[in-house]
Design a protein around this ligand. Structure first.
Ligand SMILES: *[C@@H]1O[C@H](CO)[C@@H](O)[C@H](O)[C@H]1NC(C)=O
Ligand SMILES: *[C@@H]1O[C@H](CO)[C@@H](O)[C@H](O)[C@H]1NC(C)=O
Ligand SMILES: *[C@@H]1O[C@H](CO)[C@@H](O)[C@H](O)[C@H]1NC(C)=O
Ligand SMILES: *[C@@H]1O[C@H](CO)[C@@H](O)[C@H](O)[C@H]1NC(C)=O
Ligand SMILES: *[C@@H]1O[C@H](CO)[C@@H](O)[C@H](O)[C@H]1NC(C)=O
Ligand SMILES: *[C@@H]1O[C@H](CO)[C@@H](O)[C@H](O)[C@H]1NC(C)=O
Length: 474
């Protein structure tokens, strides 16, 4: 945790200006009150819903409360140093500051109790033992408390503390080739708002078999706890796993049931994922027909005024033999990547497992699945990809600000001259203008561009497709 250098912010204080010295801590206390009252609004509520038994009303955790208190303590400490003189006024001030610190410590304890209460609701459902639960009192020295407040106070699972603590190099004090003396394993910031579920995720048998809880992990990720902490347990494998098909066949062959773990899907075999009989019972709706691998790609209607789709060959013809590596973003079993593979283009497919084994199927086809949430920065370096393709994903639900962060991240990873292919983005008619403006904000060259009414709806929704070229910026 970065501990901010609290001393600096108070340098403006004139030496013995009593009024300001008194006002400053008071201001902070009222600020604290505001934070406490406002924390319900500030922290996202746990959005977990019914399918598994993990749903549990979780009050928001007063994390910002903790950090404000740490700030307050540090700043009062600075004040005390500054008034180190023997005048009566200074002594009175010192006494006053002392009281403020006491109040802060009391508030701190209260916050700890609140978060313990919130994250430690007894759960009889799970028989798993906590690994190395550290029961030591979290209030040692104040320094340690502020350095480690997240792992010690918000989270209970000992293994989570062990994971997040800095890992010094084997020879202490020596920097490695990475230029650091320790590795600080990371977790997503929003994890603290889901402490009890993360604690459950990190409660497992050390060096044993991991719990079958990927669905919990995915819900944490989608809720913003991404990256998740690593674990030290063995992943579960399908018991009768057979070796995958050779890549000459795997692209368009349905994977065998035995190579998938079905425990958290509504479907219990592959046939169910695309059969006519199970259409409304599959438990997923995005890309609902994409498990039918007998369809080679998608059929593009010939009539342009009815279709918002471009064909792959039409797009690749814009940049002959220049498109070699790329990313496909959106719920998919990798058919876009498969078609690109046949054209010697390497494409990673970023998708979650929303109700169906999307990632496993992509991998069984011999393609590269990328398992990340939409809230995360892409794991690619700047100016590296030739193409970013996205379909059926960023639709009318996405707000302008999130869309901007996503688009600018795609811009970052695209190379100059690279292509951004927005495939059938759909939204309400009245939103088309707003969304189009967001895409135009990138100031890309429009190579292909089409807006058509969505024919399966009552004409109030529109499809929007575009192939845009990233400029060479000088
Ligand atoms: C937890 O289990 C114990 C013993 O099995 C039981 O006495 C207790 O009431 C349970 N607590 C809750 C909250 O269900
Ligand atoms: C977890 O961390 C504690 C404190 O550093 C340490 O004593 C304990 O051995 C660690 N547990 C494991 C399993 O490494
Ligand atoms: C794995 O194979 C064994 C033996 O053929 C069989 O009894 C078992 O049901 C199979 N398990 C699964 C999940 O297919
Ligand atoms: C599924 O339904 C469609 C039309 O609803 C039909 O053309 C097709 O033959 C059906 N497929 C199977 C396997 O039943
Ligand atoms: C294309 O579709 C539009 C709208 O459905 C129709 O009016 C037009 O005649 C079609 N054009 C061709 C060439 O089929
Ligand atoms: C892909 O690469 C292979 C091997 O270099 C080549 O034989 C084939 O023609 C290429 N396919 C396309 C569509 O460029």
């Amino acid at each position: 945790m970065q501990k901010q250098n609290s001393g600096k912010s108070l340098k403006w204080l004139p030496g013995n200006n009593l009024a300001r010295l008194l006002l400053c801590p008071l201001f902070f206390i009222s600020f604290l009150t505001l934070i406490v009252l406002g924390s319900t609004i500030y922290f996202p509520r746990n959005v977990f819903t019914a399918p598994t038994e993990i749903s549990q009303e979780q009050p928001p955790l007063p994390l910002s409360f903790h950090s404000r208190i740490s700030d307050l303590q540090a700043q009062v400490g600075v004040l005390l140093e500054q008034v180190h003189s023997d005048t009566e006024e200074a002594k009175a001030l010192a006494k006053f500051s002392d009281h403020v610190i006491h109040i802060a410590v009391a508030l701190d304890k209260l916050a700890t109790r609140l978060s313990n209460h919130a994250s430690n609701l007894p759960s009889n459902a799970t028989e798993m033992s906590n690994v190395d639960e550290d029961s030591s009192d979290p209030e040692e020295s104040e320094e340690d408390a502020s350095e480690e407040f997240i792992s010690n106070r918000v989270f209970k699972a000992g293994e989570l503390k062990n994971y997040t603590l800095p890992k010094p190099n084997r020879v202490a004090g020596k920097k490695t080739f990475l230029g650091v003396e320790a590795i600080n394993p990371s977790i997503g910031m929003t994890c603290v708002a889901m402490a009890s579920n993360l604690d459950r995720f990190m409660s497992y048998k050390l060096f044993g078999t991991c719990p079958d809880d990927w669905i919990l992990a995915q819900k944490l990720m989608i809720s913003g706890c991404d990256p998740l902490p690593r674990r030290r347990c063995f992943s579960r494998t399908p018991p009768n796993y057979t070796k995958p098909m050779p890549s000459s066949k795997s692209l368009w062959t349905q994977p065998g049931d035995v190579n998938l773990l079905w425990s958290h899907y509504k479907c219990k075999d592959y046939q169910c994922l695309f059969s006519n009989q199970t259409v409304n019972k599959r438990g997923f709706f995005k890309c609902s027909d994409c498990f039918d691998l007998s369809k080679r790609g998608w059929e593009v209607p010939a009539n342009e005024s009815e279709s918002a789709e471009f064909t792959i060959d039409q797009v690749l013809a814009l940049k002959p033999s220049e498109i070699r590596v790329g990313l496909d973003f959106g719920p998919s079993t990798g058919s876009f990547a498969a078609l690109m593979r046949e054209r010697n283009v390497t494409v990673a497919t970023a998708t979650l497992n929303l109700g169906a084994p999307f990632n496993e199927v992509i991998a069984l086809r011999g393609l590269l699945p990328l398992y990340i949430s939409v809230g995360s920065r892409l794991p690619f370096f700047d100016n590296t990809l030739d193409i970013v393709h996205s379909s059926l994903f960023l639709d009318g639900w996405v707000g302008a600000e999130l869309l901007q962060f996503v688009l600018f991240d795609w811009d970052r990873v695209l190379r100059p001259g690279g292509l951004l292919w927005v495939d059938r983005f759909f939204c309400k008619k009245e939103d088309v203008k707003m969304y189009v403006e967001e895409f135009e904000r990138l100031r890309y060259k429009k190579l292909l561009w089409r807006v058509v009414p969505k024919s399966d709806k009552l004409e109030d929704e529109f499809f929007f497709s575009a192939v845009l070229e990233k400029p060479i910026r000088t």
